[in-house]
Design a protein around this ligand. Structure first.
Ligand code: FMN
Length: 209
C-alpha cells in the first residue's frame, strides 16, 4: 500500500491550507493510500541548533517530537505539505521542520555521499500554499525552499497547488474549484506513485494555477 504523510504547516487548524490539505488527504485515501496526518502546531519541535550531531549517524540528536517524524519521512512513498505564505516563504512551523530535516540532507550528501544534481527521485511530494496578495513572485521563495527540502528527502516536487488572494480563515471554501483541485491532486499523487511516473527535472517548477 502507498504510504503518504500529510503535513499541516499552518498555525490555523481550520485555515485555508488545512482545508485544502484535508481535501487532498481524502483524495489520497479514496485512491487507496494510507495517510498519516502531522499537525505541526501540536508538536514540540525545537528549531535546528546547528550542532551537527547528525554527522555521526544521519540522525538528529535533539530529543523531541522530530525523532518520530524523521523515521516516518524516511519510510513514506509520498508527502503532501501545506503551508501558508508568511513573508514570502513558508510558515515558521514548516520552516522548523525543514531545518530539522537537515539531518537527512547530511545523511544523504555527507554520509552516503550521493552526488549533487539528482534528476530522478524514488518519491514524490505535493506542495499546497495560499497567500493573501496577488504578486507574480508570491510563491517563489517557498517553492525554492520546498524543492530543496524535498530533495533532502529524496523526493521530487511533483506538483504544487498555489492560490493567491486568499486571506481570512476558511475563505478558500468560497472557491470550490480549488477544493476539487486539492482532492484531485491527492488522488493523482497516489496514482503517480503507483505508476512510478515522474516529471522531467528540466521542466523546472510546476506552473502556478
Ligand atoms: C505572519 C504572517 C505573514 C504573512 N505574510 C504574507 C505574505 O508575505 N504574503 C501574502 O500574500 N500573505 C501573507 N500572509 C497572509 C496569509 O498567507 C493568508 O492569510 C493565508 O490565507 C493564510 O493561510 P492559512 O489560513 O492556511 O493559515 C501572512 C500572514 C501572517 C499571519
Amino acid at each position: 500500500m502507498i504510504e503518504i504523510a500529510a503535513v499541516f504547516g499552518s498555525p490555523r487548524r481550520k485555515g485555508n491550507t488545512s482545508t485544502l490539505l484535508n481535501h487532498a488527504v481524502t483524495g489520497a485515501r479514496d485512491a487507496g493510500a494510507s495517510v498519516t496526518e502531522i499537525v505541526l502546531r501540536d508538536l514540540k519541535m525545537s528549531p535546528c541548533l546547528e550542532i551537527y550531531g547528525c554527522k555521526k549517524a544521519g540522525q538528529c540528536v535533539i530529543k523531541d517530537d522530530y525523532g518520530e517524524i524523521e523515521q516516518m519521512l524516511q519510510r513514506i512513498d509520498g508527502l503532501m505539505l501545506a503551508s501558508p505564505i508568511f513573508f514570502y516563504t513558508v510558515s515558521a512551523h514548516t520552516k522548523i521542520l525543514m531545518d530539522r530535516c537537515n539531518s537527512l540532507w547530511v545523511k544523504k550528501y555527507w554520509i552516503e555521499k550521493h552526488p549533487f544534481g539528482q534528476k530522478t527521485y524514488p518519491r514524490k511530494g505535493l506542495f499546497i500554499s495560499v497567500g493573501s496578495t496577488k504578486g507574480k513572485r508570491l510563491f517563489d521563495g517557498a517553492l525554492l525552499s520546498v524543492k530543496y527540502f524535498m530533495d533532502a528527502l529524496d523526493m521530487e516536487l511533483w506538483k504544487s497547488l498555489l492560490f493567491r488572494g486568499i486571506e481570512t480563515e476558511g475563505q478558500i471554501k468560497e472557491t470550490p474549484a480549488s477544493l476539487k483541485a486539492a482532492y484531485d491532486a491527492g488522488k493523482d499523487l497516489v496514482q503517480a506513485l503507483s505508476d512510478g511516473d515522474r516529471l522531467d527535472d528540466d521542466q523546472g517548477f510546476p506552473d502556478d494555477p
